[in-house]
Design a protein around this ligand. Structure first.
Ligand code: BES
Ligand code: ZN
Ligand code: ZN
Length: 497
């Protein structure tokens, strides 16, 4: 595999225009529910494309979310799409807009349009572009027959009088699509070595510092968790640290990602159907690499670290066994009851490494537990941590960006279930509350002076069917939240001194 540093999917070009008469192959018109009856925009459009207004009214269009009417007038494809009610809660409103814009652009593409004019998205330009960029994404590099360029939107004309930071939105969505590409690449392409190579290539290209540790060095650093999980595979683990460092940093923060390039379960082998999609067990690390790529471009005044321990969790004669007791970098010993609860073993070493860098904050992203999907459904991530304010701050950012999150409560009464007879702690808790006990396992490795948030993305990192602007496959969940967090860190620090 050739190492890549950009998404294979090329984003369409964007031009901000004010004139709705710009010539494009297709037109997407967003209409809010309460503005339908008396829409100035629709009247204006009606004067150019006669009949639009009457036709959609006759067809029962009301501007509800998911409403879409397709018309062909003067040889042009026109998609009128409902944006829902403006009085909707902010997070739902924005998500409706992303989905509506995506729907329009994808329909236009399927109709072989090369250019689309988007109207009616004023004040929600960011969401309109996010919907288009993420919704048009396709992963076709491993198909030999289909040419992905055959049907392609080359250019979007976005009608607005506002200033739009197209470059930031493009950079962000390109990075998210890049994360999706890596997630979608299966285990015979992405293994600990190639994942490390991608991180290294991104660092080199975008000016991040990069240090990669091989198996010998991982052993020497005392990372018993990474060693135990990595030792069963014929491809040894890699520990990756990339970072952005400004002159005099105003703060230091670390992003840690789970990086299991394939999770077979190890000797506690998964059943066949549960193993399918376990190429996505590296999604946390993919989001971290992609976020770091954006951070290198926005150059914040903070030191930002991206850290992951890449391992392939495999069963073999050299694999760790259930019952093994391992010593982690922190010095704590762990009894391994189930080798399929491997993520937390690698993560605690990465968290220890991060804390030795002297960071004040850590956010980790991990496809950690099936239990989180049982608790919240497969579209919402579980947020846990040792700082309520930091959890809430991140959760709010995620929900505003369409990365749905919900805080799960640590429960001191559940701590009992992690007690081990022979070691300091064991790697699985009881039958219930699996997402929480996984988080509480990691909590044991966090110093009191560090604000730490853990995001369990087992559900939303990878979709088994199309949802909104996401095709089936990797979603790049977390990329936008991490980057946006850096942009809003000043606000958090002001509120929480
Ligand atoms: N990678 C899985 C979690 C997962 C499951 C992610 C489904 C995405 C979809 C993780 O390593 C795992 O296997 N967790 C176990 C933990 C259990 C053994 C305590 C699980 O969730 O069953
Ligand atoms: Zn597992
Ligand atoms: Zn796993």
């Amino acid at each position: 595999m050739r190492v890549f540093t950009e998404s294979f999917f090329n984003l369409p070009e964007v031009e901000i225009v004010q004139d709705l008469k710009v010539n494009a192959d297709a037109i997407g018109i967003g209409v809010f529910k309460e503005e339908f009856e008396d829409s100035k925009l629709l009247k204006e459009i009606n004067s150019v494309y006669q009949g639009v207004y009457d036709t959609i009214k006759k067809k029962g269009f009301k501007g509800d979310e998911k409403d879409m009417i397709h018309l062909t007038i003067q040889g042009k494809d026109i998609f009128v799409v409902g944006l829902g009610s403006k009085s909707e809660k902010k997070k739902f409103l924005k998500e409706n807009i992303r989905r509506a814009s995506s729907h329009t652009c994808v329909e236009a593409k399927n109709g072989r349009a090369k250019t689309v004019l988007l109207l009616g998205f004023e004040n929600f330009e960011r969401e309109a572009l996010e919907g288009a960029f993420l919704g048009l994404y396709e992963f076709k590099v491993l198909k030999s027959s289909e040419k992905s360029e055959e049907k392609r939107i080359e250019k979007i004309f976005l009608v607005t009088k506002n200033n739009v930071d197209v470059s930031y939105i493009s950079t962000l969505c390109e990075a998210q699509n890049f994360a999706r590409d890596i997630v979608n690449m299966p285990g015979n392409y992405i293994n600990p070595s190639t994942l490390a190579e991608i991180a290294s290539a991104v660092s080199q290209k975008y000016g991040l510092k990069c240090e990669i540790f091989d198996f010998e060095q991982i052993k020497r650093m005392g990372m018993g968790g990474v060693v135990a999980v990595g030792q069963g595979s014929s491809i040894p683990p890699k520990f990756v640290h990339i970072w952005w460092s400004p002159g005099k940093p105003k703060d230091k923060i670390a992003f840690v990602g789970k990086a299991i390039t394939f999770d077979s379960g190890g000797l506690s082998l998964k059943p066949p159907q549960s193993m399918v999609t376990m190429k996505a067990d590296k999604s946390g690390a993919c989001a971290v690499i992609a976020a770091m790529k954006v951070i290198a471009q926005i150059k914040p005044p903070y030191e930002v670290h991206g850290i992951f321990a890449a391992c392939e969790n495999m069963p073999s004669g050299t694999a760790q066994r259930p019952d093994d007791i391992i010593k982690t970098m922190s010095g704590k010993t762990v009894e391994v009851e189930n080798t399929d609860a491997e993520g937390r073993l690698t993560l605690v070493d990465a968290l220890s490494y991060a804390q030795r860098l002297g960071v004040s904050k850590i956010v980790d992203l991990a496809t950690l537990t099936g239990a989180c999907m049982v608790a919240l459904g497969e579209y919402t991530a579980g947020v846990m941590g040792n700082s309520d304010s930091f959890c809430e701050f991140i959760c709010n950012i995620g929900n505003e960006l369409g990365e749905k999150m919900w805080i799960l409560p640590f429960d001191p009464d559940l701590r009992e279930s992690l007690k081990s007879q022979f070691a300091d702690i064991k790697n699985v808790g009881g039958r219930y509350g699996g997402a929480i006990t996984a988080g509480m396992f990691m909590l044991e490795f966090i110093n009191k002076d560090v604000e730490w948030v853990h995001i369990d993305i087992a559900g939303p990192a990878f979709l088994n069917k199309k949802l909104g602007y996401f095709q089936k496959g990797g979603t790049g969940f977390g990329v936008r939240t991490l980057v946006e967090l850096i942009g809003r860190l000043k606000e958090y620090k002001r509120k929480n001194v």
